[in-house]
Design a protein around this ligand. Structure first.
Ligand SMILES: Cc1cc2nc3c(=O)[nH]c(=O)nc-3n(C[C@H](O)[C@H](O)[C@H](O)COP(=O)(O)OP(=O)(O)OC[C@H]3O[C@@H](n4cnc5c(N)ncnc54)[C@H](O)[C@@H]3O)c2cc1C
Ligand SMILES: *[C@@H]1O[C@H](CO)[C@@H](O)[C@H](O)[C@H]1NC(C)=O
Ligand SMILES: *[C@@H]1O[C@H](CO)[C@@H](O)[C@H](O)[C@H]1NC(C)=O
Ligand SMILES: *[C@@H]1O[C@H](CO)[C@@H](O)[C@H](O)[C@H]1NC(C)=O
Length: 511
């Protein structure tokens, strides 16, 4: 099948990885659809998160201002979502979604573009110590297992190093669980399981079983390891009381006019033909344009929350369902006063892996001192489990764990309690994407590729290097925005390569 498509000279042209121009009538001259309906814009950018706003800014920089950005919520930012938390006399802005600039810059090396934006818009951040400031607990209370914790840090480095770099040491992929096992790491005790969880699940939002060994290794390197082109090992936590979203909202204010942004507008259907696209909103309103750029999360695409007419082609659907969406849930508690650890972090080892394991103190001199706020994070299936339970039930489980961690304290009732249900939310359907072992490079190319000329895709999930991260959403908004601009200026194009039928694992194609 691949051989057959290669034989076609037109598709051969399509294999060039940027906009390849078609000798067609420039779409801008097709002001009218055959039906005679007027177009509202040249481009509809669907979704106002980091990818959508960055794509809009990129089009603007290329001199294309005839676009409308359509967003369901009442503000821009997407998964940069803040929340006002606490009793009226002690209210603080906390982050339900992204909270860290992950990787900054090392010397003159690559700079994380999110760090560039955070500096530009004066976002207040604080250095966050994942490894140097941690207390350890189990069901008997405080219990020092930092030796086991340190060993699991080493096991993770071994896992990443054994995956190989540009020339992969292994030619086909396997799960990170297989990788851990092959490199000699077999967590058995609750302390080992909690330590591994902190290294792995707490970052990827998914278990080692469900994650690609190769992709998790290069993703780690490209973000954090300067020796592999990564930014730095620094994690900066936003404590900005305007919300972390400020960085993208301020960026939008600089380059977008209010008339180009349509908030409170939920898309129900995206229909495309060779003449253009038609987007229908839940209120029945219809928008027409030459192109649509869809930046909805992978989870939204997987759950069929938005109907595509005609249905997306088989190669696109296979790609969408081959990647997975992780869930990362921060449970916020406010107490009348701080009774817990003085470190930034704490790890609780339960008999059940992933049961209320990672605790973060925001009532810490570096973050929100005096706030009385403690955060516990759960991920994956445990997130889905608590999303289906009433808040009061989750709160009582969390309180039982706290009472085990602090047997000598009479743990007071929290004054406020909140968590966001990311997996159930039809605008997100999870927290961020994750690369499983059965997701091939070819699937990744297909997830990113446009469908015919008119329908384009971008978002954190389409980033090969930075999937899952804010900087992945940013670099994809910019790259796809740029390719689309070239296409529009060239009067139409094939766009990005796709493969009609993914047949077999080739050696991983690592950029
Ligand atoms: C809990 C959590 C913690 C995270 N922590 C970090 C972190 O610390 N550091 C980091 O780098 N990354 C982190 N991330 C990941 C980061 O937030 C995302 O990678 C990034 O924000 C994704 O941006 P996006 O533009 O691709 O998608 P989104 O932000 O999801 O943007 C898509 C937009 O489309 C809108 N939309 C969806 N459906 C419709 C519809 N039908 N009609 C109209 N609009 C619609 C949504 O409302 C949304 O605004 C975290 C994410 C979560 C959820
Ligand atoms: C969006 O809806 C919210 C809630 O109904 C409302 O407060 C806000 O003013 C609306 N914004 C716009 C731009 O329509
Ligand atoms: C950020 O702070 C600097 C120095 O305090 C100031 O000069 C600059 O104008 C500020 N920028 C923004 C976008 O607020
Ligand atoms: C990650 O970086 C380490 C150290 O620089 C290197 O040994 C390893 O091969 C890299 N792995 C991948 C998958 O890039």
């Amino acid at each position: 099948m691949l051989r057959a498509t290669l034989a076609s000279p037109l598709l051969l042209l399509g294999l060039v990885a940027s906009a390849v121009h078609l000798p067609v009538v420039p779409p801008s001259q097709e002001v009218l659809e055959p039906s005679g309906a007027r177009k509202d814009a040249t481009v509809l950018i669907l979704g106002g998160g980091v990818a959508g706003v960055t794509a809009a800014r990129t089009l603007h920089e290329q001199g294309i201002d005839d676009f409308i950005l359509v967003e369901a919520r009442g503000e821009l930012g997407g998964r940069l979502m803040s929340h006002s938390f606490g009793v009226p006399s002690r209210k603080f802005t906390v982050e339900l979604g992204a909270n860290w600039v992950q990787g900054t810059q090392t010397g003159n090396g690559a700079e994380n573009p999110i760090w560039t934006l955070a500096k530009k818009h004066n976002v207040t951040t604080r250095s966050s110590e994942y490894f140097g400031s941690i207390s350890t607990y189990d069901d008997s209370g405080a219990f020092d297992f930092r030796d086991i914790f340190d060993a699991s840090v080493e096991d993770f480095h071994k896992l990443v190093a054994s995956a190989g770099g540009r020339v992969p040491k292994r030619l086909v992929d396997m799960s990170a669980r297989g990788g851990y096992s092959l490199t000699g790491s077999h967590p058995e005790s609750k302390h080992q399981m909690a330590s591994e969880y902190y290294q792995f699940d707490w970052e990827f939002g998914t278990t080692p079983e469900e994650t690609s060994w190769l992709a998790s290794s290069w993703a780690h390197n490209y973000t954090f390891d300067p020796a592999s082109g990564g930014f730095s090992y620094e994690n900066l936590l936003s404590v900005d009381q305007r919300g972390f979203k400020t960085l993208i909202q301020a960026e939008a204010r600089e380059s977008l006019k209010p008339a180009q942004v349509r908030l409170n507008s939920t898309v129900s259907e995206i229909s495309s033909s060779k003449h253009g696209v038609k987007v229908t909103l839940t209120d029945g309103h219809v928008l027409r344009a030459d192109y649509a750029l869809c930046t909805f999360s992978l989870g939204v695409l997987q759950h069929s929350d938005v109907k595509f007419v005609p249905p997306l082609p088989a190669w696109k659907r296979e790609a969408i369902h081959s990647m997975s969406m992780g869930t990362y849930t921060k449970i916020f508690l406010q107490f009348p006063e701080k009774f817990w650890f003085d470190t930034e972090m704490a790890l609780y080892a339960d008999y059940e892996r992933g049961r209320y394991p990672v605790w973060q103190s925001l009532d810490h001199p570096s973050f929100l001192p005096g706030s009385g706020i403690l955060v516990v994070t759960v991920t994956g299936d445990f997130s889905k489990r608590i999303e289906s339970l009433p808040d009061s039930y989750v709160q009582s489980e969390v309180m039982d764990v706290l009472q085990m961690m602090f047997p000598e304290v009479d743990v007071p009732e929290p004054t406020d309690f909140y968590f966001q249900r990311w997996h159930s939310d039809p605008l997100f359907r999870g927290s961020y994407s994750n690369w499983p072992a059965a997701f091939l490079s070819e699937h990744q190319g297909n997830l990113r590729a446009n469908v015919d000329e008119r329908l384009w895709f971008a978002g954190e999930a389409t980033s090969r290097k930075y999937f899952g991260y804010l900087h992945g959403a940013y670099t994809e908004g910019e790259a796809i925005g740029q390719t689309l601009a070239e296409c529009i200026q060239g009067g139409g194009c094939f766009g990005l390569e796709h493969i009609d039928r993914v047949q077999n694992a080739r050696p991983y194609d690592i950029i």
